[in-house]
Design a protein around this ligand. Structure first.
Ligand SMILES: NC(=O)c1ccc[n+]([C@@H]2O[C@H](COP(=O)([O-])OP(=O)(O)OC[C@H]3O[C@@H](n4cnc5c(N)ncnc54)[C@H](OP(=O)(O)O)[C@@H]3O)[C@@H](O)[C@H]2O)c1
Length: 312
């Protein structure tokens, strides 16, 4: 009996792991094949995540329109993609110079993007501008800049592309958002506000365009690990604040998020939240026990100030 259990349990675990692995691989292959020939637009294709999205969608055979603020970086990305890809199963990406905060130009940019292939099947809104600092030290001008890049720019582009999707009765609009579109994180007020605003816009958009067979997805990671920068342990590392919001959330690789974006697109998922248990719990606590959430956040801010005073 003992020996039988000794043999059966590992075999069972191996079998189940094998089935899960095969299931995942089949799902991944199916996700990729669903993207073949699709016209996919990625705003800010040159950022950490944008670059990975470009790589996975290109390898899946999508016809890419890569948008970015810097032409040299777009060209470098283009060259890197075509140098490793099999030309018989991939398409040469088209490049569009796009500053997402240039709202007055967005209508024309929408047309330029449309003209690349004559239609857009998937629009991935990845571009955004980050900002960190105590809110009283941030000028109104900077607040507006953040709102332009993270809210007004993306929604203007959506409005430029949407009528064509509606008239074709097909299309998908994806927003790469963040946990900060769901909870306010101190010292990132403008960023969190812009991300809350765009989350609200996308939730309304999803409901309004469903009848036209246009699907809307949001993918919200917590913290995307950079390739080169590793977390630097410091005084803050010991704080509740850091533990609550950052420590356990280190580690989502941009490639992992890009694979999730691809799977979101191919399966038309409505909302994906990529978070470790603690940030995930924070979102639920914010909803169901707001006083507790506010108390933890306030303690974190006081602790940060205390540590800064001690360092002086
Ligand atoms: N990094 C994270 O931890 C994290 C976590 C959750 C969600 N996200 C979301 O993931 C998405 C991608 O973030 P990321 O971390 O991969 O970016 P990133 O590596 O921080 O790069 C920022 C990018 O934004 C570009 N950019 C800035 N202003 C722009 C503008 N007005 N128009 C066009 N491009 C502009 C920059 O271009 P230049 O270099 O040419 O200036 C740069 O490529 C964002 O929507 C972000 O909110 C990120």
């Amino acid at each position: 009996m003992g020996l039988l259990t000794f043999l059966i349990v590992p075999l069972l675990i191996l079998g189940i792991s094998g089935i899960i692995y095969i299931y995942r691989e089949v799902a991944r292959l199916m996700s990729r094949s669903a993207l073949k020939n699709k016209v996919v637009v990625i705003t800010d294709a040159i950022s950490g995540l944008g670059k990975e999205c470009s790589r996975v969608f290109h390898a899946a055979g999508a016809r890419l329109v890569l948008c970015g603020k810097t032409w040299e970086k777009l060209e470098a990305l283009h060259d890197a993609l075509i140098s490793v890809a099999d030309p018989s199963v991939t398409f040469t990406p088209k490049l569009v110079l796009l500053d997402i905060s240039d709202i007055n130009n967005m209508e024309a940019m929408g047309k330029e993007i449309q003209d690349c292939y004559g239609c857009v099947d998937v629009l991935i809104n990845n571009a955004s501008m980050k900002m960190k600092g105590p809110l009283q030290s941030v000028s109104l001008e900077l607040d507006e800049k953040i709102m332009d890049a993270n809210y007004f720019g993306p929604i203007t582009l959506v409005k430029a592309i949407l009528p064509h999707m509606i008239s074709r009765r097909t299309g998908q609009i994806v927003l790469v958002n963040t946990i900060q579109g769901k909870i306010g994180v101190p010292f990132r007020a403008a960023y969190a506000a812009s991300k809350h605003a765009i989350q609200g816009f996308f939730d309304c958009l999803r409901a309004e365009v469903e009848e036209f067979d246009v699907s809307v997805s949001t993918v919200s990671p917590t913290f995307i690990r950079s390739y080169h920068i590793q977390p630097q342990p410091g005084n803050w590392e010991a704080s509740i604040w850091k533990f609550f919001f950052r420590k356990l959330s280190y580690g989502v690789h941009p490639m992992e998020v890009a694979e999730e974006v691809l799977s979101t697109v191919s399966r038309k998922k409505q909302e994906v939240f990529m978070a470790n248990p603690i940030p995930r719990a924070a979102v639920y606590i914010r909803t169901f026990l707001p006083e507790l959430f506010f108390a933890v956040v306030a303690t974190g801010v006081k602790e940060k100030h205390f540590l800064e005073e001690e360092e002086k």
